[in-house]
Design a protein around this ligand. Structure first.
Ligand SMILES: NC(=O)c1ccc[n+]([C@@H]2O[C@H](COP(=O)([O-])OP(=O)(O)OC[C@H]3O[C@@H](n4cnc5c(N)ncnc54)[C@H](OP(=O)(O)O)[C@@H]3O)[C@@H](O)[C@H]2O)c1
Length: 250
């Protein structure tokens, strides 16, 4: 989506964003800021550490002074609604991860030159994510237990990248936008569809969040839709899944 552009990739080894930007950083036209403390459970034990990365880090990234895309999360909402969350819904994070990402949103917006793109349940062909974890587990066992009482929009990173490009190229006003896949499902629905689409044999045992017993609270419902004019509409999550599986097979 940004292929053809000159890209400077920055990771934790080259710039810990909790520190000011390094002097070697070249001048750029746009910053895509995805660095974050993303361990939702560990953030409960070390909220200060999460804040340093997610809020302080975003302040340092915003201080570069160029237009900025800040990726934020459905976890800024408490999940008590049963209709999709839109940008005008008041955030009310339940845990330290959501609170610090919301603080990061404020830091980005305070710069006056940021698009805050809230997205959800990301998956892709690299790194660790739900699709790759499910495929790995299916190769090892006949059944997986998956939570069935959290609903959201599994969003393919390729579709998010394309939508990001559209937001930037369209010159949408700086502010908050919801960018998540069409459709909605539970994690258990998603797991079953992954196995169907990948043609692998593995049963899904549907369990509750309580049964899973994770330390941090998660929103029970976090479907995101946009009410902002001009916001790109992402493809359905099933299309994202097919695109991801094709890429994984390739
Ligand atoms: N995954 C989702 O479902 C989801 C949903 C909504 C929004 N988001 C947002 O999307 C972005 C990317 O998420 P992801 O799932 O790809 O997470 P991820 O795999 O954990 O990626 C975050 C990256 O940030 C790096 N990082 C952590 N602390 C840093 C620091 N102080 N300085 C520089 N880099 C640092 C991590 O490095 P190490 O790996 O070396 O620790 C990692 O490479 C995050 O902002 C996240 O909040 C994710």
């Amino acid at each position: 989506m940004f292929a053809g552009d000159e890209i400077t990739g920055v990771d934790l080894d080259s710039w810990d964003v909790s520190l000011p930007a390094p002097v070697w950083l070249p001048e750029v036209d746009l910053v895509l800021h995805a660095a974050a403390w993303t361990n939702v459970d560990a953030a409960e034990d070390d909220p200060q550490g999460a804040a340093i990365a997610n809020i302080g880090g975003t302040q340092n990234v915003a201080a570069i002074g160029t237009p900025l895309v800040y990726y934020s999360t459905d976890y800024v909402f408490d999940g008590t609604k049963r209709t999709p969350y839109v940008e005008s819904d008041g955030p009310s994070p339940q845990g330290a991860y959501g609170r610090t990402k919301l603080g990061g949103e404020a830091a980005a917006l305070a710069s006056g030159h940021a698009w805050v793109l809230r997205t959800s349940w990301l998956f892709g062909w690299t790194s660790t994510n739900f699709v790759r974890t499910m495929l790995r587990l299916a190769a090892e066992r006949d059944e997986v237990a998956v939570v069935d009482d959290q609903r959201g929009c599994p969003t393919y990173v390729g579709h998010l990248a394309a939508a990001t490009r559209e937001v930037v190229d369209a010159g949408l006003p700086y502010g908050v936008y919801h960018l998540a896949a069409q459709g909605e499902c539970s994690w258990a629905d998603f797991a079953e569809t992954i196995f169907e689409e990948a043609g692998v044999e593995c049963r899904v045992r549907r369990i509750t969040t309580e049964e899973l017993g994770r330390p941090a609270p998660r929103p029970a419902y976090s479907v995101l839709r946009s009410e902002q004019p001009g916001t790109p509409v992402l493809p359905h999550w099933r299309d994202g899944l097919r695109a991801c599986l094709e890429r994984l097979e390739a």
